[in-house]
Design a protein. Structure first.
Length: 367
């Protein structure tokens, strides 16, 4: 059933689940959903409320809008060192100025990037610069980090905030907490904290986030959106008391949030194995007949998750041609006939073409 993002936000708010895990392709509207959900939870706060006091907030969220709080100072002179400016906001003010979490932020950031890449906060915490430390006494020039490293840094700031939030709210009696700034907080919305992470670090981030969420013993609720099947799969396996969904944007501009139950979620885990196997065969130029079977299985799993009644609907424009070619190599009667020739170079190239189509057109990959 089609809906507006506001209606979907109401649907998410109406559940009793501690965690709601949402998969969506890039560009579907995950970040806009975070704003709609914020308005649903706390309609009193209009516009960008980052500068308002933490004590007034019922929800904190990590998304592209959070990243907008950080920007590079482009007005520096030619010889000036680059620095990442921090707009005045309640989040970093509390984490840095009041709680002094800069060392914790640096450790998290270095863990996901490089232990030599070091952030340096200004005395008033209005900016941060970065340098590569060589272990000697020579001063290191400050560098402008990549967009991916910048996203990891901002996630590290949010992670420090989230650790403090959960620790404080785990104290049952409000009077016993060291601060009252989180007493009104009911929800956390996290939108895709996986930019530019390699597979190992992505898995580790998902496991660490799951452990942090599981440590929450208050009534705090979490909504997590992602475009990454791997990130989704790790969280699905690590977390309990959750609802699982797929967010889609329909042709008329409306949206659909479809609940995914049971085995439909397990498609992610198996599809990653199939994906790796086929990719390796292509890379090694060793595509065999059985790789057509794996490719068909991958299309079937993807179609099942996306809600297509037939996997052939996912094929490129000349669907019947590709469908016939796959069927020719995967039908049981053909497979029992050992006289069938091995794939020709052109047929092997078809495997790569169809795999690339599935990854690019339907955004189903391991990244």
């Amino acid at each position: 059933m089609s809906n507006t993002l506001a209606k979907i936000a109401q649907q998410l708010n109406g559940t009793d689940k501690k965690i709601q895990l949402i998969y969506a392709f890039n560009g579907t509207g995950k970040t806009r959903l975070s704003r709609a959900f914020k308005h649903e939870i706390d309609p009193k706060q209009e516009g960008d409320d980052a500068s308002s006091e933490l004590a007034d907030k019922k929800i904190i969220y990590y998304s592209a809008f959070t990243e907008d709080l950080f920007y590079w100072d482009n007005d520096l002179g030619q010889d000036a060192e680059p620095k990442l400016k921090i707009q005045p906001n309640a989040f970093t003010k509390w984490v840095l100025e009041e709680q002094g979490q800069e060392l914790s932020i640096a450790r998290t950031f270095q863990h996901y990037t490089s232990d030599k890449l070091t952030p340096h906060f200004s005395d008033d915490f209005s900016s941060v610069s970065f340098s590569f430390e060589r272990g000697n006494q020579e001063p290191e020039p400050h560098v402008k980090i990549s967009k991916g490293e910048e996203s990891n840094f901002i996630w590290s700031v949010f992670h420090a905030l989230l650790e403090q939030v959960i620790a404080e709210l785990n104290i049952p009696e409000a009077a016993d907490r060291s601060t009252d700034v989180f007493n009104k907080l009911t929800h956390v919305f996290i939108d895709d904290p996986v930019s530019s992470l390699d597979e190992n670090h992505l898995i580790e981030l998902a496991v660490n986030l799951a452990e942090l969420i599981k440590s929450s013993e208050s009534g705090l609720k979490f909504v997590i959106t992602t475009h990454s099947p791997l990130f989704y799969n790790v969280l699905f396996n690590e977390l309990s008391n959750k609802g699982c969904y797929m967010l889609e944007r329909l042709e008329d501009g409306s949206y659909a949030l479809t609940e995914k139950k049971g085995d439909s979620n397990k498609s992610f885990s198996y599809h990653l194995h199939l994906l790796r196997t086929i990719e390796q065969a292509i890379a090694d130029s060793k595509v065999e007949r059985y790789h057509f079977i794996l490719l068909r299985n991958l299309y079937e799993k993807t179609a099942s998750f996306l809600g297509y009644p037939k996997w052939g609907e996912l094929l490129p424009d000349d669907k019947q041609l590709y469908y016939s070619r796959i069927i020719n190599f995967t039908s049981h009667s053909t497979l029992s006939n050992e006289a069938l020739a091995q794939p020709t170079p052109a047929e092997s190239a078809t495997v790569k073409l169809l795999l690339d189509h599935l990854k690019n057109k339907h955004a189903f990959s391991g990244a």
